[in-house]
Design a protein around this ligand. Structure first.
Ligand SMILES: [Zn+2]
Length: 306
């Protein structure tokens, strides 16, 4: 085996995936451990490093660095956790420094949307794009931005929160304090709460979409509304950034058969002031491996290797 090899760690709210990945995007070995955030950060770190040690032993390789994609906020420069809703009590934990000390290599950390953006640009649906926005639509909406081949950061390393740009100031209240944010109108829970207000039986977004496929008029209306707001937000991104590629991922895209075409119609109709035909809006290409490959890319990108 020649060429650089990275360890990849993908920290989610329920599980932590660990892998060893080469510079072509092949996962050589992988494993996982529950995140179990309630047991505390030191226990999570110990389990994660235990999995990584086992994998390194299994494949008999040493790694050139460690890339981490994590549910955020996490500071990309210091690798220290902020207040993460799904990781209560982990605030202030120095993940990058701890991994660097345990494995004696450089560690690069990004939040999971930025990691996925890097992965899709290197090895996925946005391969070769110099400007790419990765939009994940699930329980919320997150966006990772690559502009001119580089991950975009705001002032002080801040991650822009595009899921909270306002589409309808008279819309439903969002936990962030504003009304009518993109994610309060177009996430999975947005669709669920719209349906809950009109139908006795509680249903998750996947069940609503299934009902729509069977022709249920109310479910079809919920899908039409979801696609409309998804499209409005995407249209804003096209108008503001004129990116080469927008990659769509996240759990809601399992219903892309229902949502994508009407959302793209909205984009085409609204984006009259920019060359909208130059922007490709496509589904994510890395599927279930998106977390690990994105995490590996965090290190390769930081090391200047892709
Ligand atoms: Zn909001």
């Amino acid at each position: 085996m020649s060429g650089p090899v990275a360890a990849a760690i993908d920290v989610g709210g329920t599980k932590i995936a660990v892998g060893i990945v080469d510079a072509r995007g092949c996962i050589l070995v992988q494993g996982e451990t529950p995140t179990a955030p309630e047991l505390g950060y030191p226990a999570g770190l110990a389990r994660t490093s235990g999995v990584l040690r086992r994998l390194l032993h299994e494949c008999g390789l040493s790694v050139d660095g460690i890339g981490v994609g994590s549910t955020g906020p996490i500071d990309p420069e210091t690798g220290v956790y902020g207040e993460v809703g799904t990781l209560p009590g982990w605030r202030g934990s120095p993940l990058a420094a701890d991994l660097g000390r345990l494995f004696d290599v450089r560690v690069a950390v990004e939040n999971d949307a930025d990691a996925a953006a890097l992965g899709e640009a290197a090895w996925g649906a946005g391969r070769g794009s110099r400007s790419l926005l990765y939009v994940t639509v699930s329980t919320g909406i997150g966006v990772g931005m690559i502009l001119d081949g580089k991950l975009y950061r705001g002032v002080g390393g801040a991650h822009p929160e595009i899921g909270h740009h306002v589409l309808d100031a008279s819309g439903p209240a969002c936990y962030c304090g504003a009304n009518g944010c993109w994610e309060v109108l177009a996430s999975g829970p947005a669709m669920e709460s719209w349906m809950r207000a009109r139908c006795e039986a509680p249903m998750d977004a996947a069940a609503i979409c299934e009902l729509a496929r069977q022709g249920d008029p109310l479910a079809l209306e919920a899908v039409r509304r979801e696609a409309h707001y998804l499209g409005l937000g995407l249209a804003n991104l096209v108008t503001i950034f004129c990116p080469q590629t927008i990659v769509l991922g996240g759990g809601m895209m399992r219903s892309a058969d229902l949502l994508l075409a009407p959302a793209l119609d909205v984009v085409k109709r609204i984006c009259t002031q920019v060359p909208v035909e130059n922007t490709s809006i496509v589904l994510a290409g890395l599927g279930a491996q998106s977390g690990l490959l994105g995490a590996a890319c965090v290190w390769f990108h930081r090391a200047g290797l892709n």
